[in-house]
Design a protein around this ligand. Structure first.
Ligand SMILES: Cc1cc2nc3c(=O)[nH]c(=O)nc-3n(C[C@H](O)[C@H](O)[C@H](O)COP(=O)(O)O)c2cc1C
Length: 165
């Protein structure tokens, strides 16, 4: 079974989560491509897609949401899992509600899962730093790779069940 793991990531935290998911699926015996969402032209050649994105201002990165929207018809015939990587402590007043939940409904995803992310002030641009200083969320790396692996194993088990249906 051919699986695509694709991510939209600005500062690399989500890309690393995607890689950990891909490694776990490879260990389970799947044939996996792991790509940045911006490098994926089509999902046509895959049986299943695991698509994730960092969340900024309540929105997915445009390369990940664009990949999903551009492939909505193809995705309806394929198994799709989605994950968001974010820090719920970083929310601005009036920002859009969670975009990914609606995307997951539109695309018929099996699941949309949330992982805690990483906030590294050194990496941020001037405007982002100003925003973070105003909100004062906890900073650091809150990613739990055991939780990521556990989720990937669940996805793998569901995929195996689908394959034998
Ligand atoms: C300016 C800014 C805005 C953010 N907005 C949100 C948000 O609305 N919701 C959320 O859950 N996380 C938010 N985050 C946290 C990021 O999603 C988190 O840092 C994530 O791990 C970044 O992943 P990346 O390194 O792959 O880009 C924000 C972070 C920054 C710097």
């Amino acid at each position: 079974m051919k699986v695509l793991v694709a991510t939209g990531s600005k500062y690399g935290a989500t890309r690393e989560v995607g890689r950990a998911i891909a490694e776990e699926l490879v260990a389970l015996g799947f044939d996996v491509d792991c790509e940045d969402a911006c490098d994926v032209k089509t999902v046509r050649y895959y049986d299943a897609i695991v698509l994730g994105s960092a969340v900024y201002g309540g929105l997915w990165r445009r390369d990940a949401s664009g990949l999903l929207r551009d492939n909505l018809e193809l995705l309806k015939d394929r198994a799709l899992w989605m994950f968001s990587v974010g820090m719920t402590s970083v929310t601005e007043p009036g920002q859009p509600l969670d975009e990914a939940e609606q995307l997951a409904i539109d695309a018929g995803a099996h699941e949309h899962y949330r992982f805690d992310g990483r906030l590294d002030l050194e990496l941020l641009n001037f405007g982002e730093k100003a925003l973070i200083r105003a909100i004062k969320p906890p900073v650091g790396d809150f990613r739990d790779f055991n939780a990521v692996k556990a989720w990937a194993q669940r996805v793998g088990a569901d995929l195996m069940a689908l394959a034998t249906d």
